[in-house]
Design a protein around this ligand. Structure first.
Ligand code: NAD
Ligand code: LMR
Length: 328
């Protein structure tokens, strides 16, 4: 058995935390042979730490063979100490009628402090994944405050959108999600995101050819994927949690699997016309565990794709202006 890795999770007593921690501790994120020490971070205000103690009791009660330790704290400096993976979930979710960007003023400042705490405490070469919304811009804020760890090690989660898009295409065509390939999310985790159906394959054939309904793909498909989070809030009364946790498991596992290609919001270097230094959803190929390259050169030159890319880029650059005073 390798030595345990330290995994810090913020918002550990929240809804996503309640699904996520058990998936990590059972080995689904880091593999069936990799022990983990969970460093769980919450806020001091009641009832967070008390609820967290209850979650830790349940983790104990699962007797997971790979769970080598549980630490709980409301101090980010302790929580991120020597962490190799920092999963930043803790922040406010939106309620009905809100957009994720409405959370920016409240949630953005969390990532100023956490970026600094990671800078000062996490392991060299740590990887950070931001889930708390609006996750692309929160990730940019955190990375800007953290000079010791390279910005390319900071990613934000658009994998839930990729998974949603795959299920929509599978349901529409009678295929299974296993039959869907090359389906990537470009841009912001917001209704402007572009699930680039023109690149996707269904059983090895171009998705537009199989679906044979461009109006559906450009209209209902993009709209359903882009607004799925709001539909879940309207139905459940609170935002997606188990599916978000599952997407985070997929995100990290694929980042550790050489050859995997998946949608990740990473720092733009200008590919596909995204402004440099925003965090944009892009197709990313894992080269070695934890390292990646952006897949460039995919053909998105058609007018519809160009409009969608421009709209999501404009939203991300607008968010960057809104948080200019939070950037380090
Ligand atoms: P939740 O309210 O159930 O839990 C959030 C937890 O974070 C709470 O326990 C809270 O005490 C804690 N918290 C708040 N500020 C903190 C801080 N500074 N440090 C540590 N912990 C802190 O919310 P949730 O449903 O778990 O969602 C969490 C976030 O994830 C929200 O912002 C939500 O919008 C976002 N989200 C993102 C995606 C995505 O695809 N990127 C999907 C679903 C949810
Ligand atoms: C989601 O996509 O389900 C999350 O980002 C939560 C939300 O606010 O939509």
């Amino acid at each position: 058995m390798p030595s345990p890795i330290r995994v810090a999770v913020t918002g550990a007593a929240g809804q996503i935390g309640y699904s996520l921690l058990f998936r990590i501790a059972s080995g689904q994120m880091f593999g069936p042979d990799q022990p983990v020490i969970l460093q769980l971070i919450e806020i001091p205000a009641e009832p967070a730490m008390k609820a967290l103690a209850g979650v830790a009791m349940e983790l104990d009660d699962c007797a997971f063979p790979l769970l080598a330790g549980i630490e709980m704290t409301d101090d980010p400096a302790k929580g991120f100490k020597d962490a190799e993976w920092c999963l930043l979930v803790g922040s406010k979710p939106r309620g009905p009628g809100m957009e994720r960007a409405d959370l920016l003023k409240d949630n953005g400042k969390i990532f100023v402090g956490q970026g600094k705490a990671i800078d000062e405490n996490a392991a060299d070469g740590a990887h950070v994944v931001v889930v708390g919304n609006p996750c692309n811009t929160n990730c940019m804020i955190g990375a800007s405050q953290c000079k010791r760890i390279p910005a390319r090690n900071w990613s934000a989660m658009v994998r839930l959108d990729q998974n949603r898009a795959a299920s929509q295409l599978a349901n529409k065509t009678g295929a299974t999600v296993n039959d869907i390939g090359d389906l990537f999310i470009f841009g912001n985790h917001s209704p402007t995101m572009y699930p680039a159906f023109g690149l996707a394959q269904i059983n090895g054939k171009p998705a537009p050819q199989v679906v044979s309904d461009d109006a559906y793909l450009q209209g209902e498909f993009c709209e359903t994927v882009g607004k799925r989070g709001a539909a879940i809030i309207a139905a459940r009364g609170s935002s997606s949690a188990a599916s978000a946790a599952s997407a985070l498991v997929d995100h990290v596992r694929d980042m550790l699997t050489p050859g995997a290609i998946h949608s990740v919001a990473v720092q733009s270097e200008g590919a596909y016309g995204f402004d440099p230094n925003i965090w944009a959803g892009l197709p990313v190929k894992t080269t070695t565990p934890g390292e990646y390259e952006v897949v460039t050169g995919l053909d998105l030159s058609d007018e519809f794709s160009q409009q969608k890319l421009a709209a999501t880029n404009a939203e991300l650059t607008g968010e960057r202006e809104t948080v200019a005073d939070m950037l380090g």
